[in-house]
Design a protein around this ligand. Structure first.
Ligand code: NAP
Ligand code: GLV
Length: 336
């Protein structure tokens, strides 16, 4: 029995299959499945819908399959008329959605945790290594035709193996980064998360830092893995950055707004921090010119989960959530 025969409003005839608006292009197998299950309105042009398009989609569709660039703020979610009853976010982070406003509007919100953990952790390690070993700087020099050959003092970076890594936000991705660092590079890992206990830290082979300041003051590398929330936005401002060691490297694959980009650029320029590896930015896709000019910043265009495998699994998980919802079942990944 299909879901449209379970939910009364979808029982009349086949054309009443739930309308699902998909805000961006998705991997082919995911779009194929969406078309099989729903009256799916996919986005061939792959252009952002913007607030007007999102409000229209919520008014005309039963569900929205959103991505992290869709500003689903209180104004968009509060707009009337509204037909949608679920937002299935493609992504584990959902800070683009005002979840309280969605709840007030009676909307279920789901996300896609877990399936992108390993690929994002791999990218964090890649940024850590690239920043430590000045890989981007060396590559840029070579491509400009300025490399004059091997010499003992050329492009010296800093060793990673055996150093101290501080993980801020010890959830799925933070733990996966810690595993890679411990097992692959024999790093001494300490972690900070509000609910992390000494016992849980010990079980994971890491040390629990008593405070964020204590972690920053004793880490050669710091990797950020907290979600963007009212408690973490701009957490890494000038004050916190000044608590890091001057030879330290900061890696951020979480969300750009957890770091004050201007304060970070200042610290990198003035030698108060050695290097940074960033996959995320405060105002994506724009990146502060202060960062773009710096040789000691490795900058990637938000590609933490950008593998065929992860993006396909994320798409199917979002569809699983929609399918469960319209079958009247418990959704697998509710955030609200
Ligand atoms: P998760 O499992 O929920 O882990 C988040 C961790 O942050 C939790 O351990 C949480 O523990 C901790 N945390 C939350 N607020 C905190 C605070 N104020 N201070 C200290 N710790 C705090 O999430 P995840 O799957 O690892 O994903 C983490 C984030 O990575 C996502 O939210 C997303 O923004 C980002 N992400 C980026 C990419 C990319 O492409 N670059 C890909 C995937 C995910 P406590 O609640 O105990 O503090
Ligand atoms: C990517 O940034 C995600 O949150 O899934």
């Amino acid at each position: 029995m299909g879901f449209w025969s379970v939910i009364p409003q979808y029982t009349s005839h086949i054309v009443s299959r739930p309308i699902v608006t998909v805000t961006r292009r998705l991997p082919e197998s995911v779009e194929t499945r969406l078309h099989q299950l729903f009256d799916a309105r996919t986005n061939r042009d792959d252009l952002p819908l913007g607030v007007t398009g999102l409000a229209a989609a919520l008014a005309e569709s039963d569900a929205l399959l959103s991505t992290l660039g869709d500003p689903l703020n209180a104004a968009v979610l509060g707009a009337r008329p509204r037909r949608a009853r679920i937002i299935a976010q493609f992504g584990v982070g959902y800070d683009n959605i005002d979840v309280a406003a969605a709840t007030r509007a009676g909307l279920v919100v789901t996300n896609t945790p877990g399936v992108l953990t390993n690929d994002t952790a791999d990218l964090a390690i890649m940024l850590l290594l690239s920043a430590a070993r000045r890989a981007s700087e060396g590559e840029r020099e070579l491509r400009r035709g300025e490399w004059t050959g091997w010499r003992p003092t050329h492009n010296l970076g800093t060793r990673v193996t055996g150093k101290r890594l501080g993980i801020v936000g010890f959830g799925r991705i933070g733990r996966a980064v810690a595993d890679r660092a411990r097992l692959g590079f024999q790093m001494q890992v300490q972690a900070f998360s509000r609910s992390l206990t000494d016992e849980a830290a010990r079980d994971a082979g890491v040390t629990r830092a008593a405070s964020l300041d204590a972690l920053l003051a004793s880490s050669d590398f710091v990797s950020i893995h907290v979600p963007s929330t009212s408690a973490t936005r701009q957490l890494f401002g000038a004050t916190l950055l000044s608590h890091m060691l001057p030879h330290a490297v900061l890696v951020n694959t979480a969300r750009g707004d957890v770091v004050d980009e201007r304060a970070l650029a200042d610290a990198l320029r003035n030698g108060r921090l050695a290097a940074a590896g960033l996959d995320v930015f405060e105002r994506e896709p724009s990146v502060s010119s202060g960062l773009l000019d710096l040789p000691n910043a490795v900058l990637l265009p938000h590609i933490g989960s950008a593998t065929v495998e992860a993006r396909t699994a994320m798409g199917h998980l979002a569809v699983d959530n929609l399918e469960a919802f319209f079958e009247g079942k418990v959704v697998p990944n509710p955030v609200a």
